[in-house]
Write a protein that binds this ligand. Structure first.
Ligand code: PMP
Length: 297
């Protein structure tokens, strides 16, 4: 079995990815009872690590999980995983599962929570060609798990709707999918939030989505650049008749969408505001206020 080249932290040890294994009795597998966060390292620097740690510790608290590390401890483990991997562009994940109970008890309080982390090479939702000419997106008929069931601010592995949406998209010749919420408004996609631009104003779904850190970064960049951006319901018709559409994720940043359900967005070219935000996003990776250098050996 092949594994990506990387380093994991598990049970107090740093291991190659091929050796980082956990029990099949872990509730992370059996019940999807886990939370996680992903942060990226670009050019040897973490990007907005503090925000990712905030979101991760928020999820732990809401799920009543405890780990034997504080924020500084987790930050150090993430640094070590990246430093030991040697990757200067890395995708870094921290996760905690409910764990397994020694007696296979049904009581989650009996399970021993398990913290893990790993660093693997950076990966993007969009490849180089898709970044240049835009992604083709299909709107899936699967409905995103409603926020009254699973609080989307707890970053979670409840992805069956998203993965089934991806297969719908592939069947229809698209690169990726967008999933609607229970009211038929646009929610999010497999690993990303979505924005549309109309008359120079940006909007992104307000509820029922993960509060993405790249989404937050777009709001911050818009604030600095004097662009108006707000969170509101985004209907399918509004999306299809937008001037520009883009998606946002730690896995790739700001990424253009130029086709939805086979029809071009506006003239089918990557729009100027999208291009501007893509440039601003990558430029800010040098800013010491938003990035911290990995201490490589
Ligand atoms: N929505 C979902 C369901 C996600 O899993 C992710 C990221 N993995 C996002 C949105 C984007 O969040 P971020 O910008 O913090 O990566």
């Amino acid at each position: 079995h092949a594994y990506p080249d990387g380093v994991a932290f598990l049970d107090g040890q740093y291991l190659p990815m091929s050796q980082a294994k956990i029990s099949v009795l872990d509730w992370g597998f059996l019940h999807s009872d886990a939370t996680y966060d992903t942060v990226h390292v670009w050019d040897g620097r973490f990007f907005r690590l503090d925000l990712h740690l905030d979101r991760f510790f928020g999820g732990l608290e809401k799920l009543r999980m405890t780990i034997p590390f504080d924020r500084a401890g987790v930050a150090e483990i993430l640094h070590n995983c990246v430093a030991l991997s040697g990757h200067r562009a890395a995708y870094v994940e921290m996760l905690c599962t409910r764990g397994a109970s020694p007696t296979f008890s049904r009581d989650p309080r009996q399970a021993i929570n398990r913290f893990m982390a790993f660093a693997v090479p950076f990966g993007s939702v969009a490849n180089a060609e898709q970044l240049r000419s835009g992604l083709k997106v299909a709107i899936s008929d699967k409905v995103r798990i409603p926020p009254v069931s699973i609080d989307p601010s707890i970053k979670n592995y409840h992805w069956l709707d998203l993965v089934r949406g991806l297969y719908d998209a592939y069947d229809r010749g698209a690169d990726t999918a967008l999933i609607l919420d229970f009211n038929g408004n646009v929610a999010e996609g497999p690993g990303f939030n979505v924005f549309c631009v109309k008359d120079d104003k940006l909007s992104t779904p307000a509820v029922g989505v993960l509060p993405g850190i790249t989404r937050r970064t777009v709001f911050d960049l818009c604030g600095e650049a004097g662009l108006s951006a707000f969170a509101a319901d985004v209907g399918v018709a509004a999306l299809k008749t937008a001037d520009e559409v883009f998606i946002t994720s730690t896995a790739g940043g700001v990424m253009p969408v130029t086709t939805i359900d086979g029809a071009p967005i506006a003239d089918g070219k990557v729009g100027p505001i999208t291009e501007r935000l893509m440039a601003l996003y990558w430029k800010r990776h040098d800013d010491p206020a938003w990035s911290s250098a990995v201490r490589y050996p």
